[in-house]
Each structure stands twice: as structure tokens, then as C-alpha cells.
Design a protein around this ligand. Structure first.
Ligand SMILES: [Ca+2]
Ligand SMILES: [Ca+2]
Length: 92
């Protein structure tokens, strides 16, 4: 999927098409409430990290937690602790 050699330390969500994005979103928004939150967010972030590194990541690793926090600071625009579609989609 992603080329793992030289990706900058931000997500490449801007590169997926709208329909791919929707598929990704549906995949992670398991309960379909329009938000990725809690466990969903963890899975989401873990898969992004895995895609980026080309290897599995340990979600209990403090670095993972730290990165997830950074991710939330960047993408959780309204600071409600969960990601909604517009927050991800508007980012580049
Ligand atoms: Ca959800
Ligand atoms: Ca939010």
C-alpha cells in the first residue's frame, strides 16, 4: 500500500481519494456513529502507524501513546477527544 521508505512524519490521508477515504472511514467507525473514538481511534492509529512503518506497532508502547496524542492535537480540531470525518478530510 504505502511506500514506507521516506514518508514524512504526518499522515498521507490527503492522498487517498474521497471514495477510498470513505471506505477507510467505514472500516474504522465500527459503530457507525460518525466519529472515530476510543478503541476505534486506537485501531485507526495503529493501522496508520503499521502502514507507515511497514511493521506492527505495540499500542501499549509509550511512544505510540505519545504519537497518538500528537495526532489528536493535530487533527482533533474541536478538541472533543474524537475524530470526525470533516476533521480528517480538511487536513493536508
Ligand atoms: Ca464510532
Ligand atoms: Ca473532534
Amino acid at each position: 500500500m504505502a511506500n514506507k521508505a521516506q514518508q514524512p512524519p504526518h499522515l498521507h490521508l490527503a492522498e487517498v481519494t474521497a471514495s477510498q477515504f470513505l471506505d477507510i472511514w467505514k472500516h474504522f467507525d465500527v459503530d457507525g456513529n460518525g466519529y472515530i473514538e476510543g478503541k476505534e481511534l486506537e485501531n485507526f492509529f495503529r493501522e496508520l502507524e503499521t502502514a507507515r512503518k511497514g511493521a506492527g506497532v505495540d499500542p501499549t508502547n509509550p511512544t505510540f501513546r505519545e504519537r497518538m496524542k500528537e495526532f489528536m492535537q493535530k487533527f482533533d480540531k474541536n478538541k472533543d477527544g474524537r475524530i470526525e470525518m470533516s476533521e480528517l478530510h480538511a487536513s493536508s
